[in-house]
Design a binder for this molecule. Structure first.
Ligand SMILES: CC(C)(COP(=O)(O)OP(=O)(O)OC[C@H]1O[C@@H](n2cnc3c(N)ncnc32)[C@H](O)[C@@H]1OP(=O)(O)O)[C@@H](O)C(=O)NCCC(=O)NCCS
Length: 313
């Protein structure tokens, strides 16, 4: 029978998760009020390594955690979830210690929720940045400043400026990505994240509802993906030369859907956050970017507007 004492919870075995665990992973997300996100779990478990603890009551998973290579020199940790009925009994601490031991000398990074941050601080992680989650229906603004005709009517390929964008990006165009854009996307992405993320970028065409690139004079200057999560569509990754290019990419992606948007935007990008708010998105929550064993993340934060998901770093 399943009736362990609370003391024995920290001794429960940790096992590797695989794609057969998608439903219990989604159930656990739902248990903690997160979108079920089976689609996202599918990507994460194929590109990364999932760890789980089976619930001693036999009802699915008691806890999950995921590691994802952030290039070859850093590991991103995400999807740390403990079922509500097993909370505050040391399970997250045990999983995190396991991940840290497995990582050895490799530095770690993660996005900490308010609930998770005290544990990570206790384990030696330091805050290095913040991320703002915004969400809601994107309203394209006409030149008069009021919401314009349905964004869904916008063409698939568009020249900037679109709907109130700054003129500095006027020679930038955006269009749906084609198969032969992948190499240029990897080249653009590498200095932005300071890491080779081919393992994630190669999966984006199948994972995304829409993958859009921005270019100027034939050169790629940004790209962004739109993928489904619950009732919303998430914008991420969002990589762009500057804010105007990021805005053009978001506007183009928003024009392809009637669903609400969501994005986890690096809090340094205040201009983009302000623009998203003007276009109808509202602040939803904040997370703290933390690292362990490295003073900051590599790469170029000025061009890094949003991650694919906070679980991939
Ligand atoms: C955050 C979470 C994973 C913690 O799991 P847990 O198994 O309850 O955590 P532990 O029992 O191992 O507690 C470790 C420490 O975390 C901190 N902590 C745990 N739950 C907390 C809460 N609700 N509020 C504030 N701090 C909390 C405490 O410092 C705790 O140490 P203490 O019990 O000695 O005070 C869990 O609450 C959860 O799944 N929350 C929802 C999803 C989430 O926010 N995940 C974190 C993503 S970064």
């Amino acid at each position: 029978m399943h009736s362990p004492s609370p003391r024995s919870l920290v001794d429960l075995p940790i096992r590797r998760l695989n794609r057969g665990d998608l439903v219990p992973c989604a159930d656990l997300c739902e248990d903690r009020g997160w979108p079920r996100d089976e689609h996202r779990w599918g990507l994460l478990l194929s590109a990364g390594t999932g760890y789980g603890i089976d619930a001693p009551d036999g009802k699915g998973l008691a806890a999950t955690c995921l590691t994802m290579p952030y290039g070859s020199d850093v590991i991103a940790v995400g999807m740390m979830l403990v079922a509500g009925r097993y909370a505050r009994q040391g399970i997250a601490r045990r999983l995190m210690r396991h991940v840290m031991e497995t990582a050895g000398d490799t530095p770690l990074t993660l996005y900490a929720t308010e609930q998770g941050q005290p544990l990570y601080e206790d384990l030696g992680f330091s805050p290095v940045g913040r991320s703002e989650r915004v969400g809601g229906r994107f309203e394209a603004i006409g030149s008069g400043g009021s919401p314009s005709v349905s964004a869904a009517a916008a063409p698939s390929s568009s020249a900037v400026p679109a709907s109130g964008l700054p003129s500095s990006a006027s020679s930038v165009t955006t269009r749906p990505a084609a198969a032969d854009d992948l190499q240029a996307m990897v080249r653009l992405d590498l200095p932005v994240f300071g890491a080779d993320r081919t393992h994630l970028l190669a999966r984006l065409p199948a994972f995304s509802d829409r993958l859009q690139v921005a270019q100027e004079h034939g050169e790629l200057v940004g790209y962004a993906a739109l993928w489904p999560s619950g009732q919303a569509e998430v914008v991420g990754p969002l990589i762009a030369r500057d804010t105007a290019t990021a805005q053009a990419l978001v506007a183009a992606l928003a024009a392809t859907t009637d669903r609400p948007l969501r994005a986890d935007v690096d809090a340094r990008h205040k201009e983009l956050l302000g623009w998203l708010t003007e276009h109808g998105l509202e602040p939803l929550s904040r997370t703290t970017v933390m690292t362990y064993g490295i003073p900051d993340l590599p790469g170029d934060a000025a061009r890094r507007f949003a991650p694919l998901t906070v679980a991939t770093g």
